[in-house]
Write a protein that binds this ligand. Structure first.
Ligand SMILES: [Zn+2]
Length: 306
């Protein structure tokens, strides 16, 4: 990016290649993933989470994350990111040369036992050590907390548990905390409340939001986060995805619908909506089904009307 380019005031990080594809029974080939990555990058997405370093037997959809990252290489106009959940993941991240990583644990003990196969406290303790290690190795890291707005197994999660986990991640060096509504239980007011608490407690820490649209409140929640001062959101082309351990979970807010909302509000995204819906079309054609995002059909109908 040159210094003359307009720097958008917000970052929409697309997660279709990770949070989206990890849920699909159809495993995308490396070529298909590369094609999707390039379509998203060419549409103007500035950070793309392309996969996770998890055991290939547990999540075979992500088995080629290392190879995908090596094939993409370093890019000037788009940051490639991946998700790390354990020490083996960090080892793989360092060996394939990815520059940005999300390092995430659940604040719900039950969800942690299902998703990471260990209690939340144990996962947190090892993740804080890994964050230190990753930062020492020069990785650009984003710490993340899953289920902060509630958990389908445990209900409401105590704010003190969320703050305690965040505190430990910040003490280990994290400068950004991603608050994830893994099970889609947040509402605009709970977003406003928790973001306000974080901005008060940790004024120097960047807050980003990862919101699932399970109950149809995704866009309202993004808007609430934006009004509360958040400028970084995870989204997913087409609204692909869910959570393998949360029955009925929906994907992240569709990237194209978030772009449409922000542009309608006069907030520049730097993303070309027409090019983005081409990526959604590729996903729908490959998966042979309609995805939840609205804007692909809105633009297609506009074309047939003119
Ligand atoms: Zn998610």
């Amino acid at each position: 990016m040159t210094s003359n380019d307009t720097v958008p005031e917000l970052l929409l990080q697309d997660e279709a290649l990770r949070d989206g594809l990890q849920m699909e029974s159809r495993i995308f080939s490396l070529e298909e993933k590369l094609h999707l990555y390039r379509m998203l990058r060419n549409a103007g997405i500035k950070r793309i989470q392309v996969g996770s370093f998890v055991h290939p037997r547990i999540v075979p959809q992500m088995a080629d994350t290392d190879e995908l990252i090596r094939t993409i290489g370093r890019e000037d106009d788009c940051e490639v990111s991946a998700l790390i959940l354990n020490d083996k993941g960090l080892e793989r991240a360092l060996s394939c040369g990815v520059s940005h990583v999300s390092m995430s644990v659940s604040v719900s003990d039950t969800h942690s036992r299902k998703n990471a196969r260990r209690p939340a406290a144990e996962a947190l303790a090892s993740m804080t050590a890994l964050i230190r290690e990753a930062m020492t190795a020069g990785l650009d890291i984003r710490a993340g907390l899953q289920c902060v707005f509630g958990c389908v197994y445990e209900g409401r999660i105590a704010e003190s548990a969320v703050l305690n986990a965040a505190e430990k991640m910040i003490q280990s060096g994290a400068r950004e905390i991603n608050l994830a509504d893994t099970t889609g239980m947040a509402d605009p007011w709970s977003i406003r409340h928790l973001v306000a608490v974080f901005r008060r407690e940790y004024p120097d820490v960047l807050i980003s939001l990862h919101l699932h649209d399970t109950r149809g409140l995704g866009l309202a929640n993004i808007f609430s986060g934006y009004e509360s001062g958040v400028r970084s959101f995870d989204v997913c082309a087409g609204g692909l995805g869910g959570c393998p351990f949360v029955k009925g979970a929906a994907g992240n807010v569709p990237t194209e619908d978030a772009v449409n909302m922000f542009e309608s509000l006069g907030v520049p995204t730097g993303i070309d909506l027409a090019a983005l819906v081409e990526a959604v079309a590729f996903l729908e054609n490959t998966l042979e089904r309609t995805l939840p995002g609205r804007m692909r059909r809105v633009l297609a109908n506009q074309k047939t009307c003119t």
